[in-house]
Design a binder for this molecule. Structure first.
Ligand code: SAM
Ligand code: SF4
Length: 369
């Protein structure tokens, strides 16, 4: 396993070599960040205001979920990855241009060495009121030791990915994961006052018999659950068609067991929610393949190498690493961001191809889901 690489945080936070900022959660700006120029909010050619940035802070992970990665992945060299200071600069440039929500993701964000330094730093935007939400998507494996610190940095809600409640099945799906650790992580986050939402990828023949149980469990623990359709991103070891389970099918089956009531709840993400009358909890559906959610898309995605994707389902991208490294000031960065948003496409066109070719060559762990 490639866990000893310098970009990977194998052990507890004492080992945070890259803690480039203050040791405690502080809302003071860092000296490293150039003062943002006053500029207009980012609006794309279709009139959609860009208010949501997802940041993949690493391509690495301590799991190898079967729908996300091959067992043997080649990861990027450290020099290609944005440093935590650079990530902070890019995020802060977006916040200065009207982004109100930052979601840190990966790969597995909590395995990035020094990641809590980035949370501490970005939390200053919450304190000044320029940011509404700082959050993350995680597999939960490292959550138990970071939950309290995340809460301290103003993280109020997180997404934890969990596809099964059966420990053996969990190991089969994640290849390397341990269900008990994830459950401990969820419990720690809840104790710290963080609201947890569960993300479950619906997988044909793998967890389709467990969806009802997952709904009951999540709602019983006070958590929303969102079901996700498998997306054709990146080469994996199995066949996509084998994994693909339309959520229209899942929903029809759930309607045999539950009363699903339409509600108007939105989180700023692509999920459409219903309330399950029998449990009282919320259930979300993310259906990129059976329902096009592009018309209300307010988000862009930054990879750990500083590549900005304006659409999860298209190849066009902008190189923010070159922009950030071009100058100490943020002018080039702002110009590059503006030019990129001006190219944001109207939408994606994912197709599950019968020849098993991914619609896009990059894995979900590159853009972070
Ligand atoms: N490692 C973290 C985790 O698992 O939550 C964050 C990154 S992961 C790429 C983000 C989300 O994308 C997870 O909920 C995961 O289940 C989902 N995902 C990964 N590959 C996918 C695919 N091909 N189709 C649909 N969802 C996928
Ligand atoms: Fe890792 Fe998340 Fe991908 Fe699973 S889905 S391999 S936990 S990045």
């Amino acid at each position: 396993m490639d866990f000893e690489s310098p970009a990977f945080e194998p052990r507890p936070p004492e080992a945070e070599a890259e803690s480039f900022l203050q040791p405690v959660c502080s809302h003071r700006p860092t000296a490293r960040v150039a003062a943002p120029r006053v500029a207009a909010p980012l609006v794309d050619p279709f009139g959609r205001a860009i208010s949501y940035l997802r940041i993949s802070v690493t391509d690495r992970c301590d799991f190898r979920c079967v729908y996300c990665m091959s067992e043997h992945m080649t990861f990027l060299p450290k020099a290609d990855i944005l440093s935590l200071e650079e990530l902070d600069r890019v995020c802060s440039a977006f916040v200065a241009r009207g982004v109100r929500k930052l979601r840190v993701t990966g790969g597995e964000p909590m395995v990035r060495r020094g990641i809590m330094g980035l949370f501490r730093s970005l939390s200053r935007h919450l304190a000044t009121g320029t940011l509404d939400e700082l959050t993350l998507t995680t597999n939960g494996s490292q959550l138990a030791r970071h939950a309290a610190a995340l809460a301290d940095c103003g993280v109020r809600r997180i997404n934890v990915s969990l596809d099964t409640l059966d420990p053996d099945r969990f190991r089969t799906i994640t290849r390397w994961g341990e269900l008990t650790r994830v459950k401990e992580g969820i419990a720690a986050a809840q104790r710290a006052g963080i609201v947890v939402k569960i993300n479950t990828v619906a997988l044909k023949g793998v967890n389709e018999d467990e969806i009802v149980r997952l709904v009951r469990w999540a709602h019983g623990e006070g958590m929303d659950l969102t079901l996700i359709e498998v997306m054709p991103l990146g080469e994996i070891d199995g066949m996509r068609l084998d994994q693909y389970l339309p959520l229209s099918t899942v929903r029809a089956r759930l309607e045999d067991r539950f009363t699903l009531q339409e509600i108007d709840y939105r989180t700023g993400g692509p999920a459409r929610y219903v309330r399950v009358a029998e449990t009282g909890g919320r259930l979300g559906f993310i259906t990129p393949l059976t329902h096009n959610f592009c018309e209300s898309c307010n988000r862009v995605r930054l990879t750990c190498t500083g590549t900005l994707f304006m659409c999860l389902g298209q190849e066009d991208a902008a190189d923010l690493r070159a922009a950030v490294r071009a100058s100490e000031a943020d002018d080039v960065l702002h110009d590059t961001i503006e030019a990129a948003i001006a190219r944001k496409p109207k939408g994606h066109d994912f197709v599950i191809d019968r020849r098993n070719r991914p619609a896009l060559s990059r894995h979900m762990s590159v853009t972070g889901g």
